[in-house]
Design a protein around this ligand. Structure first.
Ligand SMILES: [Zn+2]
Length: 180
C-alpha cells in the first residue's frame, strides 16, 4: 500500500451515516470507512468500465485499492476486479483535468473511434473493389484465351474445304460451319 493514502481514524465511523461499525472489506481494500448498511453495489465499478468510461489504464488502476469478486454468472471465469467508483472518478479527474477534462477526453476518443471505423469501412470497400476488379480481369483473360482456342476441344466438325475433321474449341467456328 502506498503512503499517500489518507489514513482514516476508525473512531469516526461510517463516512455516510457515522455508524461506528464499518465494512472491513472496504476498509482493507480502499481505506474508507463505510458501514455494511451504507455499502451498495453502486459504490463499485468493474475494471473494464473504469478503463472504458474513466479512461484509466492498468497502471493507473494499480495505484487504487480493489476487491476481487468471483463472477456470479460465470463461476469458472477469472474473478472480477472491482474498484471504488469515487476513487476511480477522482483518479480520472486528476489524470484528465477535472470533470471537464475527462468529458473532453471522452469526446476526443469517441470521435477518433468513429473516424477509425469510417476509415476501416472505406478501406474494406476499396479492398472489395480491388478484388472485384481482379476477378473481372481473370474472367476477361479466360474469355480471351478461350476465344484464342487454347482450351480443350469441345467437339469435332468436318471441314468440306479441306476434307478433314477439325477440332472445335468453345463456341468457336462450329456454328459457322455447315455440316453435310
Ligand atoms: Zn453507514
Amino acid at each position: 500500500m502506498d503512503g499517500e493514502r489518507v489514513s482514516y481514524d476508525t473512531r469516526n465511523g461510517c463516512m455516510h451515516c457515522g455508524s461506528l461499525t464499518f465494512s472491513s472489506e472496504y476498509y482493507n481494500a480502499f481505506k474508507v470507512l463505510v458501514c455494511n448498511s451504507c455499502k451498495t453495489q453502486d459504490d463499485l465499478i468493474s475494471k473494464g468500465t473504469a478503463k472504458s468510461l474513466y479512461l484509466l489504464t492498468d497502471t493507473d488502476l494499480k495505484k487504487l485499492g480493489s476487491i476481487s469478486k468471483s463472477n456470479p454468472q460465470k463461476k469458472n471465469w477469472s474473478p472480477m476486479r472491482l474498484y471504488l467508483l469515487s476513487q476511480v472518478e477522482e483518479a480520472a479527474h486528476k489524470k484528465h483535468g477535472g470533470p471537464e477534462g475527462l468529458e473532453e477526453q471522452r469526446r476526443t476518443q469517441l470521435s477518433a473511434k468513429v473516424e477509425k471505423r469510417a476509415a476501416k469501412r472505406k478501406e474494406d470497400s476499396q479492398k472489395e473493389e480491388q478484388a472485384a476488379e481482379r476477378l473481372k480481369q481473370i474472367k476477361e483473360r479466360v474469355e480471351q484465351e478461350s476465344k484464342r482456342g487454347r482450351h480443350v476441344p469441345t467437339g469435332e466438325v468436318y471441314n468440306d474445304e479441306t476434307g478433314m475433321h477439325e477440332k472445335v474449341f468453345g463456341d468457336g467456328p462450329a456454328v459457322e460451319i455447315e455440316l453435310i
